[in-house]
Design a binder for this molecule. Structure first.
Ligand code: FMN
Length: 294
């Protein structure tokens, strides 16, 4: 159950949590049962489980209950080996900053220090714990904490916005898999600007396509209203020349592909392939007009 659940509910962000017991002993541990649930006020939760092997509570859990404070720090790719080391089950009272070689940075409101290497840190106050178990080892907890101060490195911003390529965050997946939210793995998807017509408004000739995928159909279904055929489409410029259909499709040149087939039969399968080229370029108008040529 553990591995299946954690493989399907993935990737999960990782909270690098620092806490202190009432004697001032510092603790640092990673938790991927972690997420944000509200922004006003900013409330996040972590899920320290009772050890499956021993049934013992995690130091993080005990410290938060005892002192009501923690800091939550981001995990960049450059820190993965160190957070892995910090996750070792050291004895209560062991300072995993020392073990992992990560650096303490004083907090302003709470007592536990932040992690200097993290680009994004939150000072947090404990709100409540929801026990998720029935006193069996492996049972979980849902600890809600409120972020009372944020600390974000200047270097994480591009044009005033936090940028994923700068944050270079790492997330946990099933078994021993991790994922790095960086490079081509990171993409943008704009929120819908209006209520799209929906799949149920798409003609059957389009929804039954062997070429267009669910993502392609969703782009077509995202238009405000069902488009009408534009008799002037496709508008070829005088200078347009085209190679064969296959060459134009390979080159992602939708208009060239239409030019290449202008004198041959406009079969559905070909029109769907050309529409897909326009969809890949986010040219939804031309994709629709191509489909309406049938
Ligand atoms: C990336 C990562 C994520 C983890 N997530 C969790 C988690 O969500 N819940 C949990 O109980 N343990 C989790 N662990 C294991 C704890 O970090 C580990 O048990 C740690 O020793 C607990 O330390 P503590 O007893 O000092 O609090 C995770 C380990 C790693 C490496």
């Amino acid at each position: 159950m553990h591995s299946i659940l954690l493989s399907g509910v993935a990737p999960r962000p990782i909270a690098l949590v620092s806490t202190m017991d009432s004697n001032g002993n510092v603790n640092l541990s990673p938790f991927s049962f972690f997420n944000a649930y509200a922004s006003k006020p900013p409330i996040v939760a972590i899920g320290p489980a009772f050890s499956a092997a021993t049934g013992k509570a995690k130091d993080t859990y005990l410290n938060i209950i005892e002192t009501g404070e923690c800091t939550i720090n981001s995990v960049q790719y450059s820190m993965v080996e160190q957070i892995n080391l910090a996750s070792c089950e050291y004895e209560r009272g062991t300072d995993e900053f020392v073990k992992s070689g990560l650096t303490k940075r004083p907090s302003q409101i709470v007592k536990p220090p932040m992690v200097a290497e993290s680009l994004f840190s939150m000072e947090c106050k404990y709100l409540e714990n929801i026990p998720l178990g029935r006193s069996i080892g492996g049972n979980g907890n849902l600890m809600l904490v409120e972020a009372v101060r944020f600390h974000i490195a200047e270097s994480a911003f591009v044009d005033g916005k936090l940028h994923p390529q700068r944050l270079d965050l790492v997330a946990r997946m099933g078994y021993n898999w991790y994922v790095r939210a960086h490079g081509e793995a990171v993409f943008e998807l704009a929120k819908p600007k209006w209520n799209g017509i929906g799949f149920d408004a798409l003609p059957e000739s389009i929804t039954s396509s062997d070429i267009l995928t669910g993502n392609d159909l969703a782009k077509l279904a995202g238009v405000k209203e069902l488009p009408m055929r534009d008799e002037n489409f496709p508008y070829f410029t005088e200078h347009l020349t085209a190679d064969s259909l296959e060459v134009e499709l390979q080159a992602g040149n939708g208009l060239g592909a239409l030019y290449a087939i202008k004198s041959i039969r406009k079969e559905r399968i070909i029109l769907h392939r050309i529409a897909k080229v326009f969809l890949e370029a986010d040219d939804i108008d031309k994709a629709w007009q191509t489909l309406l040529l049938e």
